[in-house]
Each structure stands twice: as structure tokens, then as C-alpha cells.
Design a protein around this ligand. Sequence first.
Ligand SMILES: [Zn+2]
Length: 873
Amino acid sequence: MTLDSAHLFLNSHKSLSQHQSPQPPPPPSLSFLSNHSPLPPIPTNFPQSKLIPKSRFVVDGFRCSGDYSVTYFLSHFHSDHYSGLSPKWSNGIIFCSNTTARLLVEVLGVSSLFVYPLAVSQPVLIDGCEVALLDANHCPGAVQFLFKVPGVDGRFERYVHTGDFRFCESMKLEPCLGEFVGSEAVFLDTTYCNPKFVFPSQDESVDYIVEAIERIGLENKGLMKSVLFLVATYVIGKERILLEISRRRNCKIHVDGRKMSVLRVLGYEDGGVFTEDESKSDVHVVGWNVLGETWPYFRPNFVKMKEIMIERGYSKVVGFVPTGWTYEVKRNKFAMRTKDSFEIHLVPYSEHSNYDELREYVKFLRPKRVIPTVGLDIEKLDSKHANAMRKHFAGLVDEMAIKHEFLKGFQRGCLEADENVENNTRTVLNKELDAEKHVTFSKRKTKESTESGFLAVSSSSMQEPGSRDSTLLNDKGSEEVIQELRDCLPIWVTQNQMLDLLSCSDGNVIEAVSNFYERETEFREQVIGHTNSVCTSQTSSLKDSVSLSKLGSVGSSPQKMEDIHGSQSYSLLNIRSSMKSSSLSSGKRKKNLDKKSIKKGKVGSKPESGGSKQSTITRFFSKIASNDSQSGDGISEQLSDNENSFPSEAITSYEEQVEQFIKIVNVDESSRYYVSSILKKTKGDINMALDIYYSKPEGNLGENEERLVVSSKSIQPECCIQSCSSELEKKVSEKESGNIVEAKGLSRDTIAATLVSLPLEKYSPIEHACWKLGQPAPYLHLARTFDLVEGEKGKIKAASMLCNMFRSLLALSPEDVIPAVYLCTNKIAADHENMELNIGGSIVTSAMEEACGTSRSKIRAMYNSLGDLGRKR
Ligand SMILES: [Zn+2]
């Protein structure tokens, strides 16, 4: 069955105008639709628990009705759900179950023109979306709604809205619900979403009430009209209790006119169970709050009970409040409130799911998200309460799907950023590496891939050369299945692996996914083994060419060229690592540089005079020569120009050194005096001067200087590469890079330690990371970042360090992102997991005792003087 709510709505108003007079003012949506103009957009602050995403379907949200929708759904006939409906309702079509439709029309007086009953378990198409109703085990007519809303790529997004419901095992067997396993979201009845809510079965509660009536009746036997039993109920619901009392006590149940009209709709009028005649029964049904308010805790209304007792001529009143709120269950003793001749029994009887049942349901459906529909402040997306509520289901929802979604979003952004950074590089690469075009991997493809589905491209880029290709996917059906699977699996899974998974599961995606996660490590290892070999050879050959072309453009003397060509005999890997950091490859380059420095004589003063901070500067300069992957065309040209114009004599005048100095530290002319005073102090030794400058930068520093100072503190002022004088950089690097760095025994790791402090656009998540694709991210990566962040006062800079840290994680070890997020926030797991390291001062002290071979008392003494176990002396 295909329905169009706008069409139904227009027809209803047409009939309304024919039948009714005087006419109520038509809703604004009517004029939009009659003019064939689109409805206004749904307000952004629309309560999230009442709106099905990517549709105009409003569930139980009649109070929020507006001109933006004419398609409304009512889950059941409880006032907190139908509020906003009245006989005047004409804002849209209300889709609901048959029972609810009858109640709406016959009890509430809503015009039948706007009520559209749907059969349970028979999907219909409404406005292009498939909608199915499923019994909610709540009150008569209560249903859950199952929506399939068209999403991207012509696929459906599935949503379950439970309305109010009590989970029962039989729901799992519903075939139409089975189709909703792995839904986008479940809008969940979170009335009792708290572990303190554990109800006995409904039978136990019914037994309790019936037995209490029997017992109290016996105790007061012979006294005519002595005890009045009151049972509080809503307008509908809890009929089962009433029917059971009637059946087992063989009595009628008194209800008022309104309740009777509801019961009539529900089909109970002919059973002889209910009567409107007070005198025919000692069991009377009263409204929900007559015996007392139930929320947030029960407050008995003995005054009202007394009124009823006197009015109806009894000497004792016993009330029963069957509610889920009475969670004060102590060893089968239900709570009771008494005063004078009044008793109120709080009977745990719930038509809502209790905590365990909610979890069971979510576990079964394994949705990507749970959207609470009941609770304080839940209408606000990500409100404190909604978040707290969601945490109860954190382990049950499809966290992997959420993580993938989360990471996908980031990875897109990350790769796009990379794309920009690498544009320059790529122009060089493209010119010189035509033959190796395929090597540039998914990066060059990023733009298309983000449009056409990132996963598809990236996973195919991971594909083994010559592997089964699209030939296996020539029929459209399996292509769709593969795509679906891709969406569920991490991006590194290869097409072959997906095909294997599918063949093992007979094409069943869900099974394939669960098989995958059972053997995730195995798959991962397969991929790592493979990509490592592919990547290494590809990247290194790429690097090789880059380095050669780069060095070629730098080198102008035939001897240098010779040396460079000689270096080709070095393994590709060597060259690759030389590109990453100079120290490892310095063996080869040092030779060149040493020769040159000998030729050119001494510049400035002795290298060893630099003091402790000497390494900072030298490493900085030694780095530049190797930093071509970042610099691209511009720098290499600059370098070669400078090489040509480089004077063979040593520079002696302070003036020139001041110029250089100013260029290095990137300060403006106003600092000239300060700079030259330092240089004079150091007798022209730029390195020493730089040390002094960085340890004591002049007064108010601009943004650039500040950055430099910060970087120098953290040993790696690589960010200012471009602002540096390449002449100086050559001189210093030639003179010192090799020997100093080597002499000081600095590994490339120490240099890499501060790479995350590079500006975002200079940091390459893959190149600058201290580990490789497929390896688990080392904690060192985080530790270094935290160390840098700790010493960083600027928020922006600290954020960019963290950002770089995450970019590497995303690019190389996405599975480590979430743990890293926790660690960044001083946690090791999500709050709801209740996991703590449980390492306190005493354990740390013991560890230090053992590690440092010192005594506890000594540590305590140090602690007393320093005030912090982590503090250095
Ligand atoms: Zn309800």
C-alpha cells in the first residue's frame, strides 16, 4: 500500500470544508500544499526524540506540530503521547494502530478525517518511506514504529521508535523487527532506564493484588460495605489487573463513564466485567493520581481517599497503585503507605521495560545509536541527561559502526588537509614521477573518493596488484553487497578479504561483519604483511626519486653530483629514512659536508661552543636539507639559486650576521639593536647568539617569534624553514649537521620528538609519525605530544599539536584514536565502563623505590620538599 500524506491531508481538508461549518482557520501547511510549494524546513531545535531523521515524520509530537509537517504518528493512547491532540486537530494526518485510531475518534473526539489507522505488522509506504507497526506490549493499541527512510545511494536508513513499550522475548521473533537489526537509531522508551528498576513479573504483581484483596476481605468479613478497594490506572492500560481481579474474585469492577467508553472501544463492554454502577462492586477503578502523585516519588493523597470513603459509604479504603516507579522492592515485600484506616499498596507493575529488558532489546537490535524518548532534558541533543542515558547502552550499540562513522568523517577532513599540504609536493612529483603515478596512493584520489564514497577508493587502493578486480563485481547485486560491507568494516580491509567474508557467509552482510570482527586481528595481520611490503618499496622508490631530484637541483658542483649518484648504491630504505631525518643518513652526507666545510674554512666560531642548546639550532639546520618532502618546488629553487650565489669566503662582518640572524629568528627591524648586541657579545658566533636569544628573547615578541621561541624550547623550530636564510642554513648545516648531531649521539627519534609541534600545514601525519602504517601507535607518540603541550601556553598551538597527534593516529592506527582520546582526558576508558587504573601514590612510590634503588623514606622526604611525585629535582 502506498500512501501520500500530503494528498491525504488535502483530501481531508476538502471533506472538512464540505462538512463542517463554521470553518476553523486552515493550518498554514494547507496553503503551501495547495499551492504545490514545499513545506518550510523543520526547525533545528525540534525535539530529537520526536522526529525521524531525513523525513518529516513526527512521532508523538503533536504539541510540536507546525507547518513543516503533515505526517504524524501516534504510538498509543496515553495522554503524555497524544497531548496536543483535540477535536480541533487539523494540522496533519495521524497514523496509528486501529485501536488507537478508534480511541482518538471515539474518546478524544479527533476528526476521523485526520486519523489513518494502519494494520500491525503490515508494512506500508508513506511518502516514499516504508513504515511498519509492531505491538509494543504496553497498553491496548500501543505500537512501535519501524521506519525505512531513503538515505544516500538509494539505500534505506532504518529507525525504530518504540513509543512506550515493554520488551518481551517474543519480540525477537518478529520477522519485521529482525530486519531492523543494526538500525541507524532506536528511539527508546527510557522510562525505567536505571539499574534500580527491577520489576517482578506482571503475574507476581497481579497475584499480590488479588491475594491482598482476598486477605483484607476475609479480615473484614461480614461487615457489609466495609472495605473499598481502589485501583489506580491510566485511561487505558493495566486492564489485565482488573480482568484478573474480576475473574479470581468473581466480582465486577466499577469504572467511571470515561473509562467505560475506553473499555468499550477496547471491546470489553460485553464481558460483564465492568460496571458503571458503584453499588455493584467493592473494587473501583480511579484515575492515576487520585491516590497520590507517583513521580518522582510517591506522595499519598489520604485526604482524597477520605473524601471517597465518606462519599461512597465505606469504613476502610485500600488502594493499589500498580506502577513501575515503585522500585522499593525488598524481598517480595511491596511498599505500603498507611494512615488511619487507609492503606496504599505500591505494586510494581510496569508496562514499560525495566532496565535489563531495555538492555536486552538494544543488545538484540544493536543499533548505531540509542535516542532516549523519556527523561529529563532528553529533547536536547547531547544534553547531560540524554548522554547519561545513552551511556547505559554504550556496550550494546554497534560501537564499531559509530566509530567508523566518526573516523570516516575525520579521515575525510584529514585527507583533504593532506591534499592541500601535498599539492606543492605533488606538482614536483607529478613532473618527475610519471612512471610511479600509482604510488601516490589514495591521496591523489582523495577528492574523487570523498565524493564517490571514500571507503570504496581507499580500500581498492589497498588492493594487491593484480588481484581479483572488478571482474568479480560485475553484477550489480554483489557490488551493492560489497559496498554495504565496506561501510561496516574498517577501511583497511581489502576487497579480497571482503569477498572471502561474503563467500563464507553466503552473501549475508551481517554474518560477514560479525565473522570479520571475530577474526579482526588475523585480517589485520594479512593486510599489514602485504601493505608493508608494497608501501615500503613504493614509498621508498618515490622518496628516492624525490631526494635525487632535489639534491640534484641543489648540487651544482660536479663532485657533488657524483656523490649524490654514488649514494644511489645505498639501499632505498636508507634514502627513505634519510628523508625523514638527517641523522641516520648523515654518514653519507657528512662526507660531502665535511669536504665542503674544509674547503670553505671556518664560519663563525667553534661548533662546540654552543652550550647545551647548541643541538637545537644545529639540528634545525641539519633538518632543512632533508626536508624537501615538505618544501616542494619553491624551496628547491631557492636553494639552488642560493647555492649558485653562495660566496666562497667566510662572512666576517657583523652586519651580515645581523641580517642573517634577523632572518633566522624572523624578527623585525626593531630588534636589530638587541640582535647586534648579542652578536657582539658572542663575537659573531651566530649559534651562540641564537642560544642566547632563545633563552632570553627580547621583550614583546610577535606571533612569529613566539612560535620560534616555543619551537626552540622544544628543540624543533622546523616551522620556520621558509623564513630562514638558506645561505646560513647551508653554512651551518655543512659545518655542523653531521658531526654535531652524530657526536651528541642524537637519534632521529629525538628529532622526531617534536615534530607534532609543527604547524598543521607542515606536519605530515604519515611521514612525521614515529611509527609506520599497520604498527600499533606507540605510547611515545602521545607522551611526546603531552610533553610539548605541557610546556605550551598558547591554546592554539597546543590544539594544533594535539591535532597533529591525532592526524597521525587517524592515518596510521585509527583503532588507537579512541584510546588516545581517553588518555588525553585523563581517562583510560569511558565513564560508564567504570575502569580505573587504580594506581595511587603508594604504588608509584613502591615502583620508584625499586626502579631507583632508593628508600621509601627518602622518597617521602623528597615528596615533602618537592610536593609532587612527578616533579624533577
Ligand atoms: Zn504509555
